[in-house]
Design a binder for this molecule. Structure first.
Ligand SMILES: [Zn+2]
Length: 351
């Protein structure tokens, strides 16, 4: 015959059970280092999805990250982890930002051709997404943020002493990877990386033949210089009028020296232009166009980050020989003096 349970011992039992569940609850919390990596950047452009466990990184990786951040003097704002990912990824979950690497993959990189620079290129690309406040979501303009991250690789690695071929080695490694749609063509990524390397002082600054002004800082992330709707509308009016009245030096002044532009060629391939390539191409086209008129309407803000404000609008282009209407994606940057310039332009569709 068992002893009757008194209310005091019942209370003890309740407390005991309660404390047990508390122990297991806190134990569970401690182990909850699971990250959802959907939408994250893999550099190579492969798919990023699922949940993975993360753990502390090796000190050597922290050192590489610190050496890159010291070049630009921007605070970290993210954490680095080892984890079961395919390669190296940058991911944002809720408001937290992570870089996660697979140990085996990283060791392969280090042993491979030009491993020292390839490791730094991969990490610099991931760092760029975080310090630039990129959304790391699959949304319009995502491929543009990939080009910005590649450009940042060129900018920082040049300052660390890499040659341009050292910097491009990382892209050679992923040249044949089956990539997701929101990653740009490898040829555009190479151009963006080279343009970052050049802009960083890797080659002499090109002479500005289109308009007299000092080399601007567009194409380098700065702590946000977000544009208001009024500033955007005013800028687009200036840009449209420069074309409609064929004022080429005003038109050229709308573009940053760090500009990148994407255009479809006659074969339907995406072709990349830098500042000079773009203006040379346009100068020829506008010289031939009669009664040219360009109009922007239905202007929408897509996203804002430290490279600028990404907008989309409907463009109506008219000349006697050619007319079209289409959706244009554009990124605008405001420099420390308040000057607004285009750092990216792409025709998304025309109809
Ligand atoms: Zn990326």
């Amino acid at each position: 015959m068992g002893l009757p349970i008194t209310s005091a011992s019942r209370l003890t039992l309740v407390l005991f059970v309660l404390s047990l569940s508390l122990v297991s609850f806190s134990g569970c919390r401690k182990e909850k280092n699971v990250i959802d990596i959907a939408g994250g950047c893999t550099f190579s452009g492969t798919k990023s999805e699922g949940e993975i466990d993360i753990s502390d990184p090796e000190p050597a990786v922290e050192e590489v990250i610190t050496s890159i951040l010291q070049i630009i003097g921007i605070p970290k704002g993210f954490t680095v982890h080892k984890g079961d990912v395919q390669g190296i990824i940058a991911v944002k979950q809720e408001d937290k930002r992570y870089i996660i690497y697979d140990e085996v993959y990283l060791n392969e990189i280090r042993r491979g051709s030009n491993g020292y620079w390839v490791e730094r290129a991969f990490f610099a690309h991931m760092i760029a997404h975080h310090i630039s406040n990129h959304g790391l979501k699959i949304e319009p303009g995502r491929s543009l943020t990939e080009l910005e991250a590649d450009k940042f690789v060129g900018l920082t690695l040049q300052k660390m002493g890499a040659s341009s071929s050292d910097v491009l080695e990382a892209l050679n490694m992923v040249r044949n990877t089956l990539k997701e749609d929101h990653y740009p063509e490898i040829i555009s990524r190479i151009s963006a990386t080279e343009s970052g390397w050049n802009q960083s002082g890797g080659s002499t600054n090109p002479v500005n033949t289109f308009s007299e002004r000092p080399y601007d800082g567009g194409g380098v992330p700065t702590t946000s210089s977000s544009l208001s709707r009024g500033e955007i509308a005013g800028f687009l009016t200036r840009w449209s009028e420069a074309q409609s009245y064929y004022n080429f030096s005003n038109y050229a002044d709308c573009y940053s020296f760090g500009f990148q532009g994407m255009k479809m060629n006659k074969k339907g391939r995406r072709v990349y232009f830098d500042y000079y390539g773009w203006l040379n191409d346009r100068q020829e086209m506008y010289a031939r166009a009669m009664n040219l008129s360009v109009r922007a309407s239905e202007i929408r803000v897509i996203s804002r980050d430290d490279w600028g404000t990404t907008i989309q609008f409907t463009q109506d282009y008219y000349s006697d020989s050619y007319q079209d209407r289409g959706e244009k994606l554009m990124k605008l940057h405001k420099d420390s003096e308040g000057a607004i310039r285009i750092v990216y332009e792409e025709m998304l569709s025309s109809y």
